[in-house]
Design a protein around this ligand. Structure first.
Ligand SMILES: *Cc1c(COP(=O)(O)O)cnc(C)c1O
Length: 392
């Protein structure tokens, strides 16, 4: 079956009592057992069926199974948010005395997780330029526990070569972990581009228009010890397993993901090209543009559709604020890949709590606007951008 068919047709683990076509929301916490010995087998992990909904739930299991089918992963784990998945992933991989090799170009909360929270537990963040392979090689040592990257960094729109990073990770026998939120897993083969784990904020594309929070760990099974810690330690002891209500909404979202993504990426490319024609726009960041520094690499790794995040630069911070205030159709909001289009000034919001020097190190500029392109008519979006930029 092709991806678009698989996104919709995945058998339930068990036949539904009423033959419901869609998996029901199993909004229950506990499950009954016929006898004591079987109950013991389940609690001791000899039989994998739900016993308590903090660790297994039929609706959540079905979402996990659909994503397994779509990615050919060995195992998928669903969490309450993208950050819950990322923290479960890194806690299952790192330990005191170990270091994580990653980049300064990172989602704000992930940056704070590795540089603040994990640092307190003795994990070192070694932040380097992941596009500079010799710099990455120099950062590696026997205490490195993983290389962590984002497939397209936000808001810098930088793309690192996962195959080259994977070769380094192989040499040190550590996993290459990628946050692939910006390009959904239906668009590329994670294993083939060298990834050992993907972490995804399913709040974004998967949820189907900002319906619910969610996160996924997609595990290709190369590091069984880490897989066991994710399932047995992170899910059980940290308690960030997805809720059945969110899983239901995300299953529905997954069913329309491909059409939404293709349409949003097509409009985003048109918008990026349009922005390039406006005299007040200094720079446009979109990996689907041929003049983007990582365009060829993006295409090679993730295909033709380059997502729905577009950035551009205006003269200064004041012009950015004016632009934001002038918007009539775009919503002034964070989040990515909602059905409606959104705009934000990242430096003063998502990265606002950081210091000037941290923002400088992360290449988060005062002059940058980030757009998330929705499903509206492209002409209407361009009209709104034109007037908001002209009057900025
Ligand atoms: C939104 C986002 C996250 C965090 O996801 P939540 O679901 O909000 O916790 C992590 N990484 C990237 C790239 C994101 O865009």
């Amino acid at each position: 079956m092709k991806v678009s068919t698989k996104a919709i047709h995945t058998q339930f683990e068990r036949r539904d009592a009423y033959d419901a076509l869609q998996i029901p929301i199993y909004s229950c916490m506990a499950y009954e057992f016929d006898d004591a010995a079987y109950m013991s087998d389940v609690f001791c992990g000899k039989v994998i069926v739900p016993d308590y909904s903090r660790v297994l739930n039929p609706t959540v299991m079905h979402l996990e199974k659909r994503v397994e089918n779509l990615t050919a992963a060995k195992e998928v784990s669903a969490f309450t948010s993208g950050m819950a998945a990322i923290s479960a992933m890194l806690i299952s991989t790192a330990a005191a005395g170990k270091n994580i090799v990653s980049s300064r170009h990172m989602f704000g909360n992930t940056y704070l997780l590795v540089t603040r929270t994990l640092e307190r537990f003795g994990v070192e963040a070694r932040l380097v330029d992941l596009c500079n392979i010799s710099e990455v090689e120099k950062a590696m040592d026997e205490n490195t526990c993983c290389i962590f990257l984002e497939s397209v960094t936000n808001p810098q729109t930088e793309v690192a070569d996962t195959r080259a990073l994977s070769a380094i990770a192989r040499k040190w026998n550590v996993p290459l972990i990628a946050d692939t939120t910006i390009v959904p897993f239906t668009e590329f083969d994670g294993k083939e581009i060298g990834l050992d784990f993907q972490v995804v904020s399913s709040t974004k594309y998967i949820s189907g228009g900002a319906t619910s929070l969610g996160g996924l760990i997609i595990d290709y099974g190369k590091f069984p010890e880490i897989s066991t810690r994710i399932k047995k330690e992170a899910v059980f002891n940290l308690g960030g397993y997805m809720t059945p209500q969110a899983a239901y909404q995300q299953i529905i979202g997954l069913e329309t993901l491909l059409v939404r993504y293709q349409r949003q990426a097509k409009t985003a490319k048109e918008i990026a090209e349009f922005l390039c024609t406006l005299p007040k726009v200094k720079e446009v960041g979109y990996p689907g543009l041929e003049n983007h520094p990582n365009h060829a690499l993006f295409k090679e790794l993730y295909g033709d559709a380059a997502g729905a995040m577009v950035t551009f630069d205006l003269k200064d911070k004041e012009a950015c604020y004016n632009f934001i205030n002038n918007l009539k159709l775009f919503h002034r909001a964070t989040n990515l890949f909602d059905n409606r289009s959104l705009a934000i000034h990242p430096a003063s919001t998502i990265f606002g709590p950081l210091s000037d020097s941290e923002r400088k190190d992360m290449d988060v500029k005062d002059t940058t606007i980030r757009l998330s392109i929705g499903l509206e008519d492209p002409e209407d979006l361009m009209d709104d951008l034109r007037q908001a930029i002209e009057n900025s």
